[in-house]
Write a protein that binds this ligand. Structure first.
Ligand code: SRM
Ligand code: SF4
Length: 575
């Protein structure tokens, strides 16, 4: 008999945590330090927070023998990215009272706040609670914030996508009372520590790893469905009626440089479910992963590896068994793009929507530049619709009444908010990286705007100024801005150095391949220049840059790019 490998350390931690309590409460009260214990740092993630430190200050503080400048990053749970004006105003207030005075719209349709010191964390969460927002399960080994198609045109399919996402989010929410107990009223529920709480879906060890769910409405793939553990693709018939959902499993971005056992992977289409079975399908996929996922090695614990290990047929059979009916054959679908459509649109309900470009999702009043924080606050003060955060780090001022349109237009202009940007910039995203992300190897959010300017100069030189090219950057290989699904992707390898990836499909269905390793700014510009020149001269009509680099052999369509796994794209429905 072979010895079973031991469980990962976090498994024991979860078991002993009394449903995610650990010693968090005591740690928050410990006045001598801004830190919490290492174990509690793992547990606090399930409560939507990360303990970070300001990396720009590390050196200086170390010289003065001071502890790191610790603070929490707080991630809010907002299914489908829909927030009311009142909630926006509360977020704005919390950011200014307790955070670093800015807000971050993430790649998963929600807000993040940075710089909230431990002693202010409870006040911040209480303020969130007062507008019915919370942070539970925004991070941790659970189903995270569920994203749904953010296009506000509000067809019935878009409405159904939002409702499915919201229902999945509610249904798969941890039931522990620890969140309320620790952050809000402090009341121990039913005797608190001794209470026999049950997590009916998760059990006391929750999931092996994070789990991400999205809902898409073709032809838009704004949620980047193939990047996620679980996805639903709306199947709408010719009459505009929702017939059901194709279910996708096994997408994920994270990898580790030099470790070929880790890799990004696009999700596969598992099968089709009728609307009444969609929630059951979500629970089934999650519980299959709960039971089959690898609890011994966290680097191998995402759904994508379980799909590779067990095979799609086994997954299909087991998910069908748990739903109580076999999955149908996947239905045909077609995605055209992943980006947002900026500017004004009118919905079926006659209301207006304005999609604003927020560079890298950072909302702040820029010195001598756009006053994004103030402008959006003023809009929230008069807006009678809602805000919809997009998975491209932008925001839609949605459902604007006729009487408000002029007022909002004036505020947009006055504060330098914009629905226009160069073609590359408006298709670009960067993860946070330095100075807050503890895993960053290189700059991302603070550097990409400069690189985009250089790339747009090259585009102009080659007559490509209007060309939509998806560009994404991350400060490490974890893939938080989904760089392996960008036509041009940059992944940090060390200070000022990036791996350059090319060739992911414009519609998000195919991964990119490694083109150059460890290149800095000048080398990147030198590499892009001839590619743009050739593209400009020899592209075929309507051809996207990523299809061009494959056709011309700059990178392979299939197979590995250096440390890449050979997964070439999702299994498509046959039609
Ligand atoms: Fe991420 C870890 C930021 C979307 C894959 N991610 C982190 C942490 C928490 C760093 C850490 O563990 O200490 C980053 C905090 C930085 C900071 O200072 O704020 C972080 N991730 C982000 C955000 C804020 C990027 C952004 O600029 O918008 C996104 C927040 C999303 C949200 O609202 O929930 C964010 N992260 C993603 C995505 C994209 C997505 O989900 O669509 C991915 C790739 C998809 C995936 O999960 O495979 C992603 N983040 C990771 C990973 C790699 C996971 C893996 O399977 O290997 C890590 C590291 C980890 O989990 O060990 C990570
Ligand atoms: Fe941090 Fe890496 Fe995610 Fe960027 S990709 S936010 S550097 S973990």
């Amino acid at each position: 008999m072979t010895d079973k490998p031991p469980l990962a350390r976090n498994e024991g931690l979860k078991t002993q945590s009394r449903y995610l309590r650990g010693t968090l409460s005591e740690g928050l009260d410990r006045e001598i330090t801004g830190e919490i214990t290492e174990d509690d740092q793992q547990l606090v993630k399930f409560h939507g927070m990360y303990l970070q430190d300001e990396r720009d200050l590390r050196h200086e503080r170390a010289k003065k023998k001071m502890e790191h400048a610790f603070s929490f990053m707080i991630r809010v749970r907002i299914p489908g990215g829909v927030a009311t004006p009142k909630q926006w105003l509360a977020m704005d207030q919390i950011a200014r009272d307790y955070g670093n005075g800015t807000m971050r719209l993430t790649t998963r349709e929600t807000f993040q706040l940075h710089g909230v010191i431990k002693f202010n964390a409870r006040s911040a969460i209480k303020k969130l609670d007062s507008v019915l927002l919370d942070t539970i399960a925004a991070c941790g080994d659970v189903n995270r914030n569920v994203m749904s198609a953010s296009n506000p045109n509000l067809s019935s399919a878009h409405q159904a996508a939002y409702e499915l996402g919201k229902n999945i989010s509610d249904h798969l929410l941890p039931r522990t009372k620890a969140y309320r107990e620790i952050w809000l009223d402090g009341q121990k529920v039913m005797g608190g520590e001794e209470a026999e709480e049950v997590e009916p879906i998760y059990g006391q060890t929750y999931l092996p790893r994070k789990f991400k769910t999205v809902v898409a409405v073709p032809p838009e793939n704004d949620v980047d469905i193939f990047a996620h553990d679980l996805g639903f693709i709306a199947i709408v018939n010719d009459k505009g009626e929702l017939e059901g959902w194709n279910v996708t499993v096994g997408g994920g971005m994270g990898m580790t440089h030099g470790n070929t056992k880790t890799y990004p992977r696009t999700a596969d289409v598992l099968g089709f479910v009728r609307p009444e079975n969609a929630l059951k399908a979500a629970e089934a996929v999650l519980t299959v992963q709960r039971d089959w996922g690898d609890r011994t090695n966290r680097a191998h614990a995402r759904v994508k590896y379980t799909v590779e290990d067990r095979g799609l047929d086994a997954w299909r059979a087991e998910v069908g068994r748990r739903i109580g009916t076999a999955l149908g054959e996947p239905r045909p679908f077609k995605f055209t793009h992943t980006g947002d459509r900026y500017g004004w649109t009118e919905g079926e309900n006659g209301k207006h929507h304005l999609t604003l470009f927020i560079e890298n999702g950072r909302i702040k009043d820029w010195d001598g530049g756009a006053q994004l924080m103030t402008g959006l606050r003023k809009i929230a003060e008069v807006h009678d619709g809602e805000f919809r955060m997009t998975s491209n780090q932008n925001v839609i001022i949605a459902n604007i009444s006729k009487k408000n349109r002029k007022k909002i237009e004036a505020l947009v202009k006055e504060h330098g908010l914009t629905d226009t940007a160069g073609a590359i910039r408006r298709n670009a995203m960067a993860c946070v990286a330095l100075p807050t992300c503890g895993l960053a190897l290189a700059e991302s959010e603070r550097y990409l705007p400069t690189l985009v300017t250089a790339m747009e100069d090259l585009a102009a030189k080659h007559g490509l100024s209007e060309e939509e090219i998806v560009v994404r950057m991350t400060g490490c290989p974890n893939g938080c801005a989904r760089p392996y699904l960008a036509e041009i992707g940059f992944v940090g390898t060390g200070p000022g150095k990036y791996n350059l990836y090319l060739g992911a499909a414009f519609n998000g269905e195919r991964l990119s391949k490694l083109y150059l390793k460890d290149v800095g700014h000048d080398e990147i510009v030198a590499a892009i220049d001839p590619l743009f020149a050739d593209f400009s001269k020899t592209r075929e009509s309507g051809e996207h840059f990523s299809d061009f680099v494959i056709r011309k052999g700059y990178v392979a369509k299939t197979g590995n790019g250096a440390d890449f796994h050979a997964n070439t794209g999702p299994l498509q429905a046959s039609a």
